[in-house]
Design a protein around this ligand. Structure first.
Ligand SMILES: Cc1ncc(C[n+]2csc(CCOP(=O)(O)OP(=O)(O)O)c2C)c(N)n1
Ligand code: SF4
Length: 351
């Protein structure tokens, strides 16, 4: 553990983005995670994505549960809103915050223990409801913070550091997200920043529930031979379904990529996701094909990465509930409590 404060000094020529911030303005405190932990690479990818997207840090609300992964919001976007919830309860707190103020961008950060074990019900319901958020699970197959017990995402047959073989079936969060109606579903690897940064950008700009499962090796407890969440295993078994590049709205679309190999996906808010297919037969807008493609590859021991599914016309929970666009804290007392007449009218309509 280190308690050294990060110096605020930076080189005067450091680039600023369109909203006037340097990359350093998107950083947080010094990480206290083990050196080489995959979670730190994900924090770096989040910093890069938010800087590139010109998101002002104070427009982001980052919420997490408990675990090494859930500690990471302290290490990025120091000037944004943050809330460490109870273990496994991040999705419900995020949902409440989102309903109270839809003007912020919601970033949920969780671990596989946090979301697939104690928080599985919360995870499932957040996906089902279409809460607008970027939900990132930093998936290492173990409980890192409590010293490496198998989590519910550990593959059957994989070995712990002490050589114990896991006899239980894994929970596949991507499969659950696809089945329950998430409108942006991806899987990536913490060691593949080129793939991860655009995926995070797409999730941040998506109009509904966006989920990214990031395989993120735990170097201390789950990075040995026999583990299916180690750096070596994931590098050997990783197959990318697509190579994506995120285009901000209004930016000129260049023709760097061979014509005919591009899919341009317009998102609900008008921004564009630019997708290059490696497999000409892979269609990321077909939910059922994504589920079957993923399961076929999982049976072969392969980890599919990339943008697996997107609904370009996604809407969110606010649309479903027809809520006011204004954050609740900006409504006055009369708007919040319209009085007895309004209540009588509602009651009469229900008789
Ligand atoms: C209600 C409750 N149960 C158990 C714990 C103990 N606990 C703290 S972190 C953690 C597991 C975290 O694992 P994961 O979400 O996979 O994150 P990682 O540390 O691997 O990143 C557990 C079981 C707790 N804090 N609260
Ligand atoms: S115990 Fe594992 S998950 Fe936790 S900081 Fe160390 S390497 Fe990362």
């Amino acid at each position: 553990m280190t308690f050294i404060a990060k110096p605020r000094l930076h080189h005067p020529t450091l680039h600023t983005n369109q909203v006037g911030y340097t990359r350093r303005d998107y950083e947080g405190r010094i990480s206290t995670l083990c050196a080489g932990c995959g979670h730190d690479s994900i924090s770096a990818a989040i910093i890069q994505a938010c800087w590139d997207l010109n998101i002002e840090p104070h427009r982001v609300a980052k919420l997490s549960g408990i675990g090494c992964s859930s500690k990471t919001p302290d290490y990025f976007l120091g000037a944004s809103h943050g809330f460490n919830t109870v273990h496994g309860r991040m999705p419900s707190v995020l949902t409440g915050a989102n309903l109270a103020n839809r003007e912020l961008l919601y970033l949920g950060v969780s671990g596989d223990g946090d979301s697939a074990s104690i928080g599985l019900g919360q995870f499932a319901n957040a996906m089902r409801r279409g809460v607008r958020m970027a939900y990132i699970v930093e998936n290492n197959g173990v409980y890192g913070l409590t010293k490496g017990q198998f989590s519910a995402t550990a593959d059957r047959g994989s070995k712990s550091k002490k050589g114990v073989v896991n006899s239980e079936s894994p929970v596949d969060l991507v499969g659950i997200a696809l089945q329950l109606g998430a409108t942006y579903v991806a899987r990536s690897f913490s060691g593949d920043k080129a793939q991860l940064v655009p995926l995070i950008k797409g999730a941040m700009e998506h109009g509904g529930a966006a989920f990214i499962d990031v395989i993120s090796p735990c170097v201390t407890f789950n990075n040995h031979s026999g583990s299916t969440k180690s750096y070596d295993y994931v590098r050997q078994h990783n197959e990318a379904v697509s190579r994506i590049d995120f285009m901000e709205p209004g930016q000129e679309i260049t023709t760097d990529y061979p014509p005919g190999a591009l899919v341009e996906v317009e998102q609900h808010d008008g921004s564009l996701l630019r997708l290059r297919k490696l497999h000409t037969d892979y269609d990321p807008t077909d939910r059922y094909a994504a589920m079957s493609y993923m399961q076929t590859h999982a049976a072969l021991g392969e980890i599919l990465t990339g943008l697996l599914y997107i609904d370009p016309l996604a809407t969110d929970l606010h649309t479903a509930l027809n809520t006011t666009a204004q954050p609740l804290n900006t409504l006055n007392a009369a708007q919040l409590n319209p009085g007895q007449k309004a209540l009588d009218k509602i009651n009469a309509a229900l008789r």
